[in-house]
Design a protein around this ligand. Structure first.
Ligand code: ADP
Length: 401
């Protein structure tokens, strides 16, 4: 079976074509600057990359060009689009009603449209990508895989905010959680790596990238997560503040006269590692500045790592125990120093890492960095959201036939 996985951003479209028999990607690529020019990079294993500047006024045109490339004599990997058995879409927000990956129907599209007010950034491009596929490949089954669905079993006292209840009932303001596809994949891979059924494990997964979140997975089910109504809640990120006293927001708006849009911009694009360090949102740059003695860079990293530590402790308390901890995504998979700072002084909880293994880890595979005899197993687990989407798509599309 061949599955095309699409991840549509506001001005981008990422794609990967999977051969599900081998589990391998046969082609992948990125369309950028959609709606404002346009460029495509198309890659195939063992062949030169192909790049072009091309006018991409909307996602439909981008998808059409992707399908041309995938089937072209020169750069293609399939003869015709009829070889694509199913399409899997990454969809950030499924709201409260959709609890698992679903075949896309008219009513699913309508539901996604109804969520746009609470998902204004990610909703419209995902819907545009889906509609473009429906138009270009109407008979190919399409599946939506939601970032939020891993959190659909979370109990209400963990997702209802302690504000007047009507905001939840009438306006759907609640914690939803994001990055669920990554946390679901990583927790399953971690259980496999440890060699125990996931049903027997209490796990914390730390997805640390430019956006970061932490999830508590008890017996294979997510029971709590750090992101909330939007991906803004939780730990400090590249440019997002994460959780802060809400009165800071109203105070700044009142005293500086900022509009909601200006305040959103500050909290989403000018805060986090960038805001505190004044140097960069990229953890590598902030770390090298800290090594050179820059106090604010070190402060930014301490805020980040202390936030991660607090979440791990809180989730161990919520689960009444902890068996395993996973680090994933750009920072989690690559930055030994961040893992070390997080795990330092956590032996009371059973977390002890082997510094040598942590520094000399092998990239791209699950890697055990636990110290000998540590009660909690700590692993680096490379995430693969696209593969998880492909697996769900295969499972759900196969049932359709
Ligand atoms: P996004 O949330 O945009 O998907 P990523 O998962 O790519 O982000 O993570 C970006 C972060 O990961 C950056 O802060 C960067 O410093 C860090 N990072 C990515 N690759 C590496 C690497 N090879 N070595 C060290 N840090 C890395």
């Amino acid at each position: 079976m061949k599955v095309l996985v699409l991840n549509a951003g506001s001005s981008s479209l990422k794609y990967q074509l999977f051969n599900m028999e081998s589990g391998k990607v046969t082609a992948r690529g990125l369309c950028e600057r959609i709606g404002a020019g346009g460029a495509i990079t198309h890659k195939r294993p063992g062949a030169d990359d192909f790049s072009e500047q091309i006018d991409l006024p909307h996602h439909g045109v981008a998808l059409k060009r992707v399908l041309e490339l995938l089937t072209s004599a020169e750069y293609g990997v399939i003869k015709s689009t009829s070889e694509i058995d199913a399409i899997g879409h990454r969809v950030a927000h499924g709201g409260e009603l959709i609890k698992e990956s679903s075949i896309i129907t008219e009513s699913v599209i309508k539901h996604l449209e109804s969520l746009v007010p609470i998902n204004p950034l990610h909703g419209p491009p995902a819907i545009a990508g889906i509609k473009a596929c429906v138009e270009l490949m109407p008979s190919t089954p399409q599946v939506a895989v939601f970032d939020t669905s891993f959190y659909s079993d979370i109990e209400d006292f963990r997702y209802v905010y302690p504000i007047p209840y009507e905001f939840y009932e009438k306006d759907h303001i609640r914690r939803y959680g994001f990055h669920g596809t990554s946390h679901r994949y990583v927790s399953a891979e971690l259980a496999k790596a440890i060699g125990k059924p996931i049903e027997e494990l209490k796990i914390v997964t730390c997805h640390l990238g430019n956006g970061s979140s932490i999830t508590a997975v008890d017996g294979g089910k997510a029971i709590d997560t750090s992101m909330g109504f939007t991906p803004q809640e939780g730990i400090a990120m590249g440019t997002r503040s994460g959780s802060i006293d809400p009165s800071v927001v109203t105070y700044i708006m009142k005293t500086k006269g900022y509009t909601p849009e200006e305040m959103d911009d500050i909290l989403n694009k000018k805060s986090g590692l960038l805001g505190v360090s004044g140097i960069s949102n990229d953890c590598r740059n902030v770390y090298s500045a800290a090594l050179n003695g820059d106090h604010r860079a070190e402060l930014a990293l301490k805020i980040l790592t202390n936030g991660i530590k607090k979440h791990i402790g809180a989730y161990a308390a919520e689960m009444n125990g902890l068996d395993a901890l996973a680090f994933t995504a750009g920072i989690g998979e690559n930055q030994a120093n961040i893992r070390e700072w997080v795990c330092d002084n956590m032996d009371w909880l059973g977390i002890e890492i082997d510094k040598e293994k942590n520094e000399n880890f092998t990239r791209g595979i699950p890697f055990d960095i636990s110290a000998e005899g540590a009660r909690v197993k700590t692993w680096i687990i490379p995430t693969d959201e696209e593969y998880m989407i492909a697996i769900d798509t295969q499972r759900i599309a196969s049932k359709q036939n």
